[in-house]
Every structure is written in C-alpha cells, then in structure tokens.
Design a protein around this ligand. Structure first.
Ligand SMILES: Nc1ncnc2c1ncn2[C@@H]1O[C@H](COP(=O)(O)OP(=O)(O)OP(=O)(O)O)[C@@H](O)[C@H]1O
Ligand SMILES: [Mg+2]
Length: 175
C-alpha cells in the first residue's frame, strides 16, 4: 500500500471508514475564501469528461457546504430550474441531455433494506454521475468513490477542502 503522508499533518477530520474503502491515489487541498471559490471549482470539475460516470462523495459537518457545492456543480453542468436538496428523499435525480445525475443525501439513511427498496443498487449500476452527501451513513452499501471532497469550515465563508482521488477516474478529475 502507498504511504499516506498527508495523514501526519491532516488538519481535517477524516472518517476512519473512508480510509478503509480504497487507497488514496492522489490528494490536494483547496482553500475557498467564499462561495464564489466553491462555484469556480464546481465549474472546473464540470468541464472534466471523466465526471460523466464518476461517484463523488461529499464529506463534512452540517452546513459545511456539500449541497451548495452540488448545486453549483449541477448549474455548471446545465441543470436549470429549482434544485432541491435530497435531505428528505435520499435521492434527487437530474438529467442534462443524455447525462443522468443522481444526488444523494444519506444523512437519514439507517435501514439497509431501504437500499434495495428504493432501487439504489440499480441507480449505482447504471451509467451517470453520482454525488453522495453523508456517504458514511450508507457505508456498507455504497460502491467505492472515485473522488472524495472533505469540507471543513474555516470561517463564515472560508472552507478548507481536501480532495482525494481513489481511482484512475478520480485522478483524471484532479488533472
Ligand atoms: N465557501 C463556501 N462554500 C460553500 N458554502 C458556503 C460557503 N460560504 C458560505 N457558505 C454557505 O454555507 C451554507 C452551507 O449549507 P449546505 O446546505 O450547503 O451545507 P451541507 O454541507 O450540505 O449541510 P448538510 O450536512 O446539512 O446537508 C450555505 O448557506 C452556503 O451559502
Ligand atoms: Mg446538504
């Protein structure tokens, strides 16, 4: 296994479960001064062809900016109209042209049977972009992430964001 020197000076809280999932192939830390920086990074990511079938996990405490980032990303991908948070529904689906985007929030997910009942296995097996908030709440069910974002609040509008690529696709997203 590769060494993970970033853990030695890791300033963010990283869930132990996520470390068991898959090795981190590449990582980077961003400093967002405000929401405009969040939107700018979302716009950059939206331009990456590798995003089409990627699974991106969003980690960080309540109010860190996970949904806000996803909204900017969806806008940058061309989603129009109101973008609802999947807080109560677990999944909010979106379509842009032939691109299917599934936005998940597993915060209230506590029954693994829900995974089958809600057809989430099929959603993950199908092509398309998957964006998961609170993935640690569905850790036993979720397929591995390509890219993980760990958001930490550093002020009213400042955020420290650790990016971790966990697959070749994830590495392509960081290029
Ligand atoms: N730099 C920033 N990046 C993202 N959001 C920011 C930033 N600065 C301020 N905010 C604000 O922080 C709030 C983040 O709320 P949001 O619902 O996105 O958090 P969340 O991480 O999805 O929380 P939850 O765990 O409850 O789903 C929003 O009101 C957003 O406008
Ligand atoms: Mg949210």
């Amino acid at each position: 296994m590769r060494p993970r020197p970033q853990l030695l000076d890791e300033p963010l809280h990283v869930e132990p479960m996520t470390l068991l999932h898959a090795p981190i192939l590449e990582s980077r830390t961003l400093h967002w001064r405000n929401e405009a920086d969040c939107a700018a990074f979302a716009a950059l990511l939206a331009r990456q062809p590798a995003l089409r079938d990627a699974h991106v996990e969003l980690h960080g405490p309540l109010g860190a900016g996970k949904t806000t980032f996803v909204r900017h990303l969806l806008r940058a991908l061309g989603v129009t109209g109101r973008i609802k948070s999947p807080t109560y529904t677990v999944l909010e689906p979106h379509h842009v042209g032939d691109l299917a985007i599934s936005h998940f929030d597993f915060y209230r997910f506590d029954d693994p049977r829900e995974w089958e009942d809600a057809g989430l296995r099929e959603v993950f097996a199908a092509p398309g972009l998957k964006l998961s908030e609170w993935p640690q709440k569905a850790a036993g069910q979720l397929p591995p992430a390509d890219l993980r974002l760990h958001l930490a609040v550093r002020g009213d509008t400042a955020r420290e964001v650790r990016l971790e690529a966990c697959s070749e696709r994830g590495e392509a997203l960081l290029r």
